[in-house]
Design a protein around this ligand. Structure first.
Ligand SMILES: [Zn+2]
Length: 289
């Protein structure tokens, strides 16, 4: 069995043919994400036309929440074109078309093949410009009533300190993301030109001020996983994304376990790589459990 996997992000669209073992069988092809709805649809049609004869199913891993029927994106997706949620994915091919949120798909790839393999309950946090989340409970992706569960927009502070990309204030994403680290750095250094690179370089060279900024950011992540740990009692947390490479999993695991009232959990880094979203969507579409 084979899936044509298509990953749709804010800046790039990737596609590849993937089998039921999660192996990538073709080259991974990259396109820039158009800022126009018709152009996005045309790219999808072109990719599908090229590969649909050789695959059993089309599997989309996309930014944005996806309904429980895995057919549509629901609500708005800040980093994609207006009207994206109007796309009827099933009309793009005569083959079965399956759609899942990219963070959920990546969490599934880790669950089947990666760091959380063997964990019946896991929470994946993807730390990039924003924060993606995927929750697996009792070996099933937890989707909620509408399909949009696992969005990391729970509140960290009650007093409107920082605006979030979702329009609300002080969500976990506004602190734990790469943009959150920049904001924390701005607040603590009183320098609005400071970058996340400045903080990471400073951390590596032992600069006290930059280390304090990094620690504040990491401790906000710790606060989040303590709450999630108590709520979901997961076997493990898995961190992925460009910012995850800098976190200290040993510190987070030890500190979280010192505070949570549920049984000890593990804090791990993802192992399925950059194409986890495509791999997870393919496995879900091919119904690999
Ligand atoms: Zn938010």
């Amino acid at each position: 069995m084979k899936a044509l996997a298509i990953d749709v992000g804010g800046t790039k669209i990737y596609n590849a043919v993937i089998n039921e073992k999660g192996e990538i069988l073709s080259d991974v092809v990259k396109h820039s994400t158009p800022r126009d709805l018709d152009e996005i649809k045309n790219i999808f049609k072109d990719i599908i036309k090229k590969h649909e004869k050789e695959v059993d199913v089309i599997a989309f891993s996309t930014a944005g929440a996806v309904n429980n029927e895995n057919t549509k994106v629901i609500g708005s997706t800040g980093n994609l074109v207006k009207g994206y949620s109007s796309i009827e994915f099933k009309n793009l091919s005569d083959k079965k078309v399956f759609v899942e949120n990219d963070a959920n798909a990546a969490a599934w790839a880790e669950h089947v093949l990666g760091a959380s393999k063997g964990c019946a309950n896991s929470i994946m946090l993807t730390l990039g410009t924003g924060v993606g989340g995927g929750i697996i409970l009792n070996n099933k992706l937890f989707k909620g009533k509408s399909g949009s569960a696992g969005e990391m927009h729970f509140k960290m502070y009650p007093d409107k300190r920082r605006k979030c990309t979702c329009g609300s204030y002080d969500c976990f994403e506004a602190y734990a993301s790469g943009s959150g680290l920049k904001k924390t750095a701005e607040e603590m250094s009183h320098d609005e030109n400071i970058t996340t690179y400045d903080v990471i370089d400073g951390l590596k060279s032992g600069d006290e001020k930059m280390t304090a900024i990094f620690n504040k950011w990491q401790n906000d992540i710790l606060t989040g996983i303590i709450g999630l740990g108590n709520l979901f009692d997961p076997d493990c947390f898995v961190f992925s994304g460009s910012m995850a490479e800098f976190i200290d999993t040993e510190y987070l695991e030890k500190s979280a376990n010192a505070e949570i009232i549920t049984q000890p959990t593990k804090v791990l880094k993802a192992t399925t790589g950059n194409y986890a979203g495509m791999i997870g969507a393919a496995l879900l579409a091919l119904e690999v459990q």
